[in-house]
Structure formats: structure tokens, C-alpha cells
Design a protein. Structure first.
Lengths: 95, 322
């Protein structure tokens, strides 16, 4: 199981979509493809933009379906981050 | 181009300010000011900065400033950003006010640095800072991704203690919203393009509703909704179009209904404003009204997913009963 510490790469307010894309391509996609669990640890991240979370997970959901959420764990999310993660994962299931 | 700075050039009166903007002769910029007093929204300064960078310092003419409050322009670094000699000397200690002076952001790295450093400048509480960081993060990234402006975004903000409000402006002199949107969506006019950009699930990067792996078409809808809930002014100006969210009735109990179609919001619009080559977004953020971002996001999430459901329903093909 791989753990990605978001604060180390995106800072305390996660808004850099380029960083999110890199995490998706280099870590999340390969893990989900191999059926392995990956933890996105948001400890120390106070907030995030919807664009950041979208760039992080939307394409994984589009390619692997909603079951990929069984393999991706969102750990230590602040209330704001939690709300944005719910938003993105919800609308991805609607679109 | 000509711009006149007066007093009361705020979002409430933005249409009046635009009457003083003359976009003819786009290779030069002349700035004049009211003889007694200058009082402008930071977004006006971002607009001048964006246009000034487009024409270059040699083609900018600033008339002699006689207004007593003229030093405000220097404090906001207007002369510095335009690379023009300032008629004012600002002592170092004077910069410690509650404002973010004009800042040019050309890269994602500059954006991240700006977001990290801006909150201490405004002296805000963490809960108040969240919404502002969120807005700047989304709006500046829009400029960097979609505007195709080599000069990037110009940002400025000011805290107004009497109103307990932060006024924020972001502007670029890039291709404008119509050019970004019309490749994928049927925008006949600039105002059509702005309204499409404000609609949930629509982004200029794809014809597919719900967006791509990097764009959901949610950013502007979220920010407009945050302004709507907080009863704040929100202005988008691009090309010849101006869309201004006006204050909703304060007697509304609870949360206002967040509408997917920006035409249904209480707003003012025109498609015959002076042609502005780029995109400007101005927002007033009332700190008295601002709810915790978590609460706001929860309400907006429900509105957003409902809007997507509704749009999906509209697209369902109906069976033909015989």
C-alpha cells in the first residue's frame, strides 16, 4: 500500500493542478491499474480547490469506474478537503 | 485606449466606470484621474495593469494627478507595474496596510507563492482566508490555462474596515472568454460566452459535459455561488459583455436557491460595453456574511450535482409513443 503525503508536494492549500496531475499519472493510475490500494494523506492540508481534486481523481474514475474508490483512501482530510472530495466524486458519478 | 479614474469606481457602479473606458487606438493607453479624489476597486487597477503591459511603458501616458488620494495608486504599485516613474514617494512602513498590491502572476509557481503570502497581508482569520484562497486559486489558474496571455494574470485586493469587506480583482489581457468557449459551445456573443462559462459542467476545453480530466467547468459556478450566498457583488467582463451578479434580497431566509443558469440569477448584463481584449473578474467578499467555506461548499455541491442531473435529463432522448 502506497501513501502519498499531499502537504509535501502541494503545500497547506492544495491548488496546483500540475502537481495533482503528476500524482494521478505517476501514483494513482498505476496503483489502481494493478488493483493496489493507495492512500492520499491530506494531513497538514487545510484546504483545496475543486480543480485540484478534480485533476487528482476524475480521470481515474472515468477510466476505471467508481469501483476505483475502493482502492483510493482519503486520509486526514480537513472539513474543506472532505467536502471537495465528496463534491468531485459525486459529480463524476453523475456525469 | 483611455481610462479615467474617479471616485466610486466600485463594482456597484461598474457600468459608470466603463463609460470612461475608450478602447479605440489599442496600441496606447492614456490614464486620467479625477482632479479632487480617486477611489477605485482594485479590479480597476488590475485592468489598467493588464492593458498597460499589453501596450508597453513607452505607450502609456499618465496625466498629472492632482487628487489628494493619488498616492493610493503608488501604494498599490501601479506605477511600478506599469514601469512608469511615480510622482509619489512611499515610505517602507506605509506598505503594511491591509491590502495586496498589484501583482503579476505568470506561472503556477508564482500563483502558489502568491496564495501562500497574500493572507498575512490582509490580516485575516483562517476561516476568512479559506474562501479568498479558494477564489484566487481557481481564478488565477483559469487565466494561466485559458487566457493565452504572455503577461499572465494581474491580481490586487484591499480590505475595507468600515464595510468589513475584501475587494478582489483579477484581470488578464488575453484572448477573452468568447474565444475560449466558442470552440466547444455555441456562443454567438460575448455575453453568451460568459453565461456558458458560468454554467456548471461547461468548459471551453471540450464539448463533453462534465469536462475533461483537468477541467470540470465548475470553477466559475462555484465562485458565483459563493458570492450569491454571501450577497456579494461579482462581475465578469470580457469582450463587449459585462455580467454583474447583484445583491440578492436580504430578506431571503436561509440559503438562496443556486441556479445553474446565470440568466436566472438576479443580475445586470450588457453586450454593448466597450470592447475589452481579455477577461476581468471582480468580487466583493463581505467578511460579515462569509460562512465557513465547508458549509458553503456543501450547499454548492448539492446545487452543482442537481444541475448536472437536470442537464442530463434534458439530454435524454424521449421515446416515440405511437
Amino acid at each position: 500500500m502506497k501513501i502519498i503525503h499531499i502537504v509535501k508536494i502541494a503545500g497547506t492549500f492544495a491548488e496546483n493542478k500540475d502537481v495533482a496531475r503528476d500524482v494521478r499519472l505517476k501514483n494513482i493510475m498505476p496503483a489502481v491499474k494493478d488493483g493496489k490500494e493507495i492512500i492520499l494523506d491530506f494531513e497538514g492540508v487545510t484546504g483545496a480547490t475543486q480543480s485540484f481534486i478534480h485533476a487528482l481523481v476524475s480521470d481515474v474514475m472515468r477510466k476505471y469506474g467508481t469501483d476505483c474508490l475502493d482502492l483510493i483512501g482519503f486520509k486526514n482530510c480537513s472539513p474543506i478537503v472532505k467536502e471537495i472530495v465528496i463534491t468531485v466524486t459525486e459529480y463524476m458519478q453523475e456525469s | 485606449m483611455k481610462i479615467h479614474l474617479s471616485f466610486g469606481d466600485y463594482l456597484r457602479n461598474f457600468e459608470s466606470f466603463l463609460q470612461s473606458f475608450d478602447p479605440s487606438e489599442p496600441d496606447k493607453l492614456e490614464i486620467s484621474t479625477h482632479d479632487k479624489w480617486i477611489s477605485v476597486h482594485p479590479v480597476v487597477l488590475t485592468m489598467i495593469a493588464a492593458l498597460g503591459h499589453r501596450v508597453g511603458p513607452d505607450n502609456i501616458k499618465i496625466d498629472a494627478i492632482t487628487a489628494a488620494s493619488g498616492h493610493y495608486l503608488a501604494r498599490m504599485r501601479l506605477f511600478e507595474v506599469l514601469k512608469k516613474d511615480s510622482p509619489y514617494t512611499i515610505a517602507e512602513h506605509e506598505s503594511a496596510g491591509k491590502f495586496i498590491p498589484l501583482t503579476q502572476i505568470r506561472t503556477q509557481e508564482e500563483q502558489t507563492k502568491f496564495i501562500t503570502e497574500m493572507i498575512p497581508l490582509l490580516h485575516l482569520e483562517p476561516t476568512q482566508a479559506d474562501a479568498i484562497k479558494y477564489m484566487v486559486g481557481e481564478l488565477v489558474r483559469n487565466v494561466l490555462e485559458h487566457s493565452l496571455s504572455k503577461d499572465g494574470a494581474f491580481v490586487a485586493a484591499q480590505y475595507y474596515p468600515k464595510a468589513n469587506m475584501v475587494r478582489l480583482g483579477i484581470c488578464d489581457a488575453g484572448v477573452g472568454i468568447w474565444k475560449t468557449i466558442h470552440h466547444s459551445w455555441p456562443a454567438r456573443t460575448d455575453i453568451d460566452a460568459i453565461k456558458l462559462a458560468l454554467t456548471p459542467g461547461i468548459t471551453g476545453t471540450t464539448k463533453r459535459e462534465g469536462g475533461t480530466e483537468t477541467n470540470a467547468g465548475a470553477g466559475l459556478f462555484f465562485i458565483k455561488s459563493m458570492a450569491m450566498v454571501a450577497r456579494d457583488y461579482f462581475v465578469v467582463y470580457s469582450g463587449t459583455a459585462l455580467y454583474k451578479l447583484t445583491k440578492r434580497d436580504k430578506r431571503t431566509k436561509g440559503f438562496p436557491r443556486l441556479r445553474a443558469n446565470p440568466s436566472n440569477d438576479r443580475h445586470a448584463e450588457t453586450n454593448s460595453a466597450p470592447n475589452f481584449p481579455g477577461t476581468l473578474v471582480g468580487i466583493d467578499i463581505s467578511l460579515d456574511q462569509t460562512l465557513e467555506l465547508t458549509t458553503l461548499l456543501s450547499v454548492i455541491r448539492n446545487a452543482y450535482t442537481e444541475a448536472l442531473k437536470e442537464r442530463k435529463k434534458i439530454k435524454y432522448k424521449r421515446p416515440r409513443f405511437m
